[in-house]
Design a protein around this ligand. Structure first.
Ligand code: NAG
Ligand code: NAG
Ligand code: NAG
Length: 478
């Protein structure tokens, strides 16, 4: 056994020096990283899952992304590093003034790198190369806001920024407006990732161009673009260019590669150009999809009718097993009830209008809840949290963003009695007794398999009714 005296031998001076040193280190670390808006994980589990907070993409995203897999052999910048000449997490404006034509790349957060240049800019899309006059060094970047997640980034095409020397190709198309390069690789195709990884950062990064910007989209999937065309129309007057498959050399006076990222499904107005917030984002969506309702009410859309409850249904996993009884109970309480399940083929405008007509929306944790972006101000979102210690996941994805979206958030945490897991495992199985151990041992995959893929929910109707009553009480009065 060690002597208990030993630590005391360390002189006070050393202790003080060590404390000072750690203070210094902390303040450096703070200056370097604390501006990143992505919530610091307190929970060791969340730390472990840092790169895994995502919606499981059983739908098109993973398939569509998979198609690109073979093209992606370069080392991920997240691990490669090195190529970025100037890095600043705090003062983008200070580094932007690097002289005419000099591009600047910096991490806007742990999630995204943004490069910007002015002057002689030539984009050879089919070679994923951007020639820039006045620079003397080459570097690489991926325009998708999920840098902390190597799995997603593997599905994002890398762009090379090169000096525009005598070997640079001549312009075949000249543009007078700036270009903005982004990607719908990664996990886009899953509605949650569409918004958090692409659309919110895109809005935050381009609304200030007031439509005078040419979007260059990498990994373009026509069905994906069609889905959000009305929204893109709010940001640009020009048709989106499929940059990976374009044979022209497009020239621009200015280019921005990669969006700024602030936080999941959110914008920090203190740092956004024009101080826009996520409420402005919602307003742009409302305008895009022609949604009339600005505010929810206990009296529903007309103000003197019934409030509307929208139940977001799921077919494959995390199903409500007694959806019909839930709907009946809600109707008996005076709700006008709608049940809907959005999928890839759902027409965005139609679904957006349905969500906008709701006063209360309830659903089990999943990408469908992303539709909260269409809820009117003061509406209530009830996230049903499956059994399995998933609070951190459900907070980051929907709970935290709700407030800024002017949506009243409530959770409904499933009791084991309401979970189908009770029928699938013996009562003393670790999945039922110690979810955190399951996370710790198996990581994201184990969590996903045990609690997200194989769990259905039979709502306790008394609890459900109490929750609805509370939601009703929290709606703005008619
Ligand atoms: C891109 O297109 C140009 C013009 O057609 C062609 O010369 C060049 O080889 C292409 N580059 C790649 C990498 O496909
Ligand atoms: C995520 O967390 C793990 C464990 O804490 C760490 O090893 C890894 O470097 C982190 N990854 C990123 C991208 O921050
Ligand atoms: C584009 O502009 C450059 C520089 O002004 C000019 O030399 C070139 O001929 C133009 N190309 C086209 C296709 O208009």
């Amino acid at each position: 056994m060690r002597s208990r005296q030993e630590p005391r031998r360390v002189s006070n001076g050393v202790i003080i020096a060590a404390m000072l040193l750690s203070l210094c280190v902390l303040s450096i670390v703070k200056a370097r990283y604390c501006s990143t808006p992505f919530a610091k994980p307190d929970d060791p589990l969340q730390e472990q899952m840092n790169s895994s907070i995502r919606m499981e993409t059983d739908e098109p995203a993973s398939k569509a992304a998979g198609e690109q897999e073979e093209e992606q052999e370069e080392e991920s910048p997240a691990t490669g590093g090195g190529a970025v000449p100037e890095v600043s997490t705090t003062t983008p404006t200070a580094v932007a003034g690097g002289g005419k034509g000099k591009p600047t790349c910096f991490m806007t957060s742990k999630r995204s790198e943004r490069c910007e240049a002015r002057g002689d800019i030539r984009v050879e899309g089919n070679a994923s190369t951007i020639y820039i006059g006045g620079i003397n060094k080459e570097w690489k970047t991926k325009p998708y806001a999920r840098y902390h997640d190597p799995v997603a980034m593997a599905y994002v095409r890398e762009f090379t920024l090169k000096p525009a020397d005598e070997f640079a190709p001549a312009c075949t198309k000249n543009h007078s407006v700036p270009a903005f390069v982004f990607s719908n690789g990664g996990f886009s195709g899953n509605l949650y990732h569409d918004y958090t990884d692409v659309l919110v950062p895109l809005f935050l990064s381009t609304h200030q161009f007031k439509g005078e910007v040419q979007f260059l989209l990498s990994g373009l999937k026509p069905w994906w673009v069609n889905k959000f065309t009305l929204f893109f129309r709010q940001l640009t007057k020009y048709d989106i260019l499929d940059i990976d498959n374009d044979r022209d050399v497009h020239c621009f006076p200015r280019i921005v590669v990669g969006a700024t990222f602030h936080k999941d499904m959110g914008v920090d107005p203190a740092r956004s150009p024009g101080h826009v917030s996520v409420v402005d984002f919602k307003r742009a969506l409302r305008r895009a999809f022609g949604l009339e309702r600005a505010a929810a009410s206990r009296g529903g859309a007309t103000g003197n009718g019934k409030p509307r409850l929208l139940i977001i249904s799921r077919k494959n996993s995390r199903r409500f097993l007694n959806e019909r009884e839930m709907a009946q109970a809600a109707a008996a309480m005076g709700f006008d009830v709608r049940i809907a399940e959005p999928d890839q083929h759902t027409d965005m405008s139609t679904f957006a209008r349905l969500v906008n007509s709701a006063d209360v929306m309830i659903g089990v944790h999943g990408a469908g809840l992303t539709n909260m972006v269409f809820l009117p101000r003061g509406a209530v979102l009830i996230q049903v949290v499956p059994f399995g210690g998933l609070e951190w996941l459900t907070s980051v994805t929907f709970k935290n963003p709700a407030k800024d979206m002017e949506v009243t958030y409530m959770d409904y945490n499933i009791n084991l009695q309401e979970s189908s897991l009770l029928d699938q495992y013996p009562r003393n199985h670790q999945v039922l007794t110690d979810p955190y151990a399951v996370h710790k041992q198996g990581g994201w995959d184990a969590l996903k398999t045990a609690y997200l893929d194989k769990q259905n929910i039979r709502m306790d109707l008394d609890r459900f009714k109490k929750t609805l009553q509370e939601a009703l009480d929290r709606l703005p009065p008619a």
